[in-house]
Design a binder for this molecule. Structure first.
Ligand code: FE2
Length: 277
């Protein structure tokens, strides 16, 4: 067994997106973060009545958007006629593939009454051969979402596995996405197959990986190995993310992530001609 350690720590910065939507995100680590293109912590933010904002109708092509709510409610609607509400603990795994036009807005109740909003949106890149696949949605309600509680650790397994529990999401490429809460004095051994890129994003407290302390608001990129050993002196909350590095060129323009500039121009043309929905 070889142990994964902290290779480097990416700091985060907080930005206001759209109409004032607070997002905390790590500096982009390029290929070190592959296959993840973006990791956005939405909030936590307390909205007053009438203050909540979201993302009205917009397209995507060439990757997946994964939304995970911890507080608050989002409503989504897309060009293929799918719609629904994501509430705390729910996960929406949307594979945009060849194209989707959708909106992601706070629920009507949140818009009217305000409230606490906290969640994640992560973008997972697709290999060239899957970029134009048919779009698909997987929605896992909190009540159906696999969780595990053991020796001071709680985990929700969004993708991959943790403490012997497997996720129910079908991913295009092998992804690990686990939300973990560790209490004081607990230890976690997480297996992550050799060769995959792996990282830990801490959003509450701090966690120890060997001699490295990974604090709230940092993304620790791990070295290669079979497993990572995490320990916690106080308490911590974090995400474990892992997946294969996609060694292909990235051409990115706003909501489109393709391999070449020509494919981006095509995506814009297709969107303007209404082919994305
Ligand atoms: Fe979107």
């Amino acid at each position: 067994m070889s142990i994964r350690l902290v290779k480097m720590i990416a700091p985060t910065h907080t930005v206001l997106e759209g109409g004032g939507f607070k997002v905390r995100r790590p500096s982009s680590m390029g290929q070190l973060m592959s296959p993840f293109l973006l990791l956005d912590e939405m909030g936590p933010m307390e909205y007053g009545p009438g203050e909540a904002v979201g993302a009205p109708s917009h397209p995507h092509r060439g990757f997946e958007t994964v939304t995970y709510m911890m507080a608050g409610e989002m409503e989504h609607e897309d060009s293929a006629g799918n719609s629904g509400k994501i509430t705390p603990g729910d996960v929406q795994w949307m594979t945009a593939g060849r194209g989707v036009v959708h909106s992601e807005m706070p629920s009507e109740k949140m818009m009217e009454q305000g409230g606490l909003m906290h969640g994640f949106q992560i973008w997972v890149n697709l290999p060239a051969k899957n970029k134009m696949m048919a779009p698909r949605y997987q929605e896992i309600a909190s009540s159906d979402s696999p969780t595990v509680e053991k020796d001071g650790i709680w985990a929700r397994v969004i993708a991959g596995d943790c403490l012997g529990v497997n996720s129910s999401i079908d991913t295009v490429i092998p992804i690990t996405y686990v939300h973990v809460k560790m209490s004081q004095g607990s230890n976690l051994l997480q297996k992550i197959n050799q060769g995959l890129n792996a990282m830990i994003y801490v959003f509450k407290g701090s966690v120890q990986i060997d001699s490295a302390k990974v604090e709230d608001g940092s993304l620790a990129i791990l070295t290669d190995g079979d497993e990572v050993q995490l320990s916690c002196k106080d308490s911590a909350e974090f995400l474990i993310l892992a997946g294969p590095q996609i060694n292909e060129p990235i051409s990115r323009y706003g909501p489109f992530v393709m391999n070449t500039r020509d494919e981006i121009i095509q995506a814009i043309d297709d969107y303007n001609s209404g082919l994305l929905g």
